[in-house]
Design a protein around this ligand. Structure first.
Ligand code: SF4
Length: 75
């Protein structure tokens, strides 16, 4: 069964925090101000906040991706 995950491109991320400001219950931040995204498959309740955070990111560093479970360790 495919999993839906929230990913962050660490190279593209500028660390200004709009994403965790938009979805504070879903995205945390570390001491450097970089986002910490969930390491689990998103629940249906988390999809809305995740997509909101993606839409807030001006660097296009966040993405909601659906991946086949068998391939999730290869991404
Ligand atoms: S909004 Fe985008 S660029 Fe800014 S901290 Fe979040 S992921 Fe990084």
């Amino acid at each position: 069964m495919p999993e839906t995950v929230l990913t962050v491109d660490r190279v593209a991320c500028a660390g200004h925090g709009l994403c965790y400001g938009a979805a504070p219950d879903l995205i945390d931040c570390d001491d450097q101000g970089d986002p910490i995204v969930p390491d689990h498959s998103l629940s249906s309740d988390e999809l809305g906040p995740a997509n909101e955070a993606v839409s807030m990111c001006p660097e296009r560093a966040l993405a909601v991706q659906t991946i086949p479970t068998a391939h999730k360790d290869q991404t």
